[in-house]
Ligand binder design. Sequence first.
Ligand code: 13P
Length: 248
Amino acid sequence: MANRKYIVGNWKMNGLRAQLSDIAAIAAIAANNEGADVGICPPATLIAAAAEANPGFAIGAQDCHFAESGAHTGCLSAAMLKEAGATYSILGHSERRADQQEGDAEVKAKAEAVHATDMGAIICVGETEEERDAGQAIEIVTIQLARSFPSGASADWLTIAYEPVWAIGTGRVPAASDVEEMHAAIRVKLGELMGQGSDDVRILYGGSMNGGNAAELLAIPNVDGGLVGGASLTAAKFGPIIEAAASS
Ligand code: 13P
């Protein structure tokens, strides 16, 4: 895989204007580590200010509605996010699948809406601990991927993030062999779903990635980057992950 590593920080519901200085510091580290692609997805309230203050640094959204406009109180369209300065959006994060009951069909529609607006999409998939314990992780994740998979997919705009739900925010990380097995299964499924070009779609790992484990995780075959929550909130924590990606 000749893919450059792709490291994205998902700030979730964290960050006020005071934290824009952290984004600037992270953007500066990214500029010094040209071997990796780096981005931050702040809360929607900070997208415009972050994009304006850091030209050339990839600011993304954490979600996007599938409709172009209309009666959807509290929601944001792809055009709105793009106008604010987001160039891509995370979609179908497990926290949204759980908290907002987002299903695969909705995630697929969101990805198609984002693509129609010329933005990139990072589609998240992952199993719960119960599903893994029952030996169903690969089946669950590959079915989720197939059902969430947008039409017209290409590596130019689509990224997949494998995030085991039980590893998010817990400090627990799957065994390297389990990550390798899952990413290989996702690669095979991408081949079935889109044929040519599937090898170029980047598959990120997410779930308790930090400066101490990033190099090892990023060395696993088919791990093309990371989707990072807690350890992306400051330059001090995120910097070592960016550096590990740029040199891997
Ligand atoms: P943590 O890195 O905090 O475990 O979160 C991972 C995640 O959910 C990124 O989307």
